[in-house]
Design a protein around this ligand. Structure first.
Ligand SMILES: [Fe+2]
Length: 231
């Protein structure tokens, strides 16, 4: 079975929940803000990250994630690329980073992924310590996504992103609490959304669980739900 869940933020308690909920052979897709590894190697706290990554990589299920805005992108870029599910992933100690603008065929399902978002709490963060400019998609990543979608005639089964197209505002507006910041990634997703055929679009970032059948959209956070069967 393939399951989807939301922002992990490197939380040990949430990893324990995954281990209780999932069975051997399952695949877990996380909709951004994985948050591991976070602490640089020269700090004592990187040991905590290593332990959590080991816990996940040794679990009998496979963990994959799209990147969010709370990732240490300088550390992430050092992990090797490899081919998996017909596209490119980064292997992060046996956990797979699903990259921006890729289309994976996972157990027969075409899954398009595009991570990243603008941090709404940037003013409280320190560049290259707790905030990285790579959180926002580049022109190259956007062009790659368009090329990928053109190659499949804009028809996929599922979409996993961190932030959401602006068309999905009815799904997440209640979470904004006055922090509605402009986001280049959301703007790009808004451009591709009307052209794209999909069964369900899962996104995280807004830290709540809300579904919208009309928009075929699912904001996901704590819930761990099957990829299929929500349409
Ligand atoms: Fe988050």
């Amino acid at each position: 079975m393939i399951y989807v869940t939301g922002d992990l933020h490197g939380e040990r308690a949430q990893i324990k929940t995954y281990i209780e909920a999932l069975s051997a052979g399952d695949i877990l897709l996380i909709a951004g803000d994985f948050g591991l590894p976070w602490w640089p190697r020269q700090t004592a706290r990187h040991f905590k990250d290593d332990k959590l990554l080991k816990l996940l990589s040794e679990a009998p299920f496979t963990t994959c994630y799209v990147d969010g805005n709370h990732e240490n992108f300088d550390m992430l870029k050092k992990f090797p690329l490899e081919e998996k599910w017909g596209s490119m992933v980064q292997n992060v100690h046996g956990i797979f980073h699903l990259m921006r603008g890729e289309l994976y065929t996972i157990e027969g399902h075409k899954v398009f992924t595009f991570g990243g978002a603008t941090s709404t709490d940037q003013e409280y963060r320190t560049p290259r310590i707790s905030w990285w400019p790579q959180e926002v998609c580049s022109e190259e990543e956007r062009a790659h996504a368009i090329k990928t979608l053109e190659a499949c005639n804009w028809a996929v089964d599922y979409v996993i992103t961190h932030t959401a197209p602006l068309q999905f505002k009815p799904v997440y507006a209640h979470t904004l609490l006055g922090r509605d910041m402009p986001c280049l990634t959301a703007n790009f997703l808004s451009e591709i959304c009307p052209k794209l055929s999909y069964k369900r679009w899962f996104f995280g970032h807004f830290h709540d669980d809300t579904s919208h059948d009309g928009l075929k959209a699912r904001l996901i956070y704590d819930d761990i739900i099957p990829l299929e069967g929500n349409e």
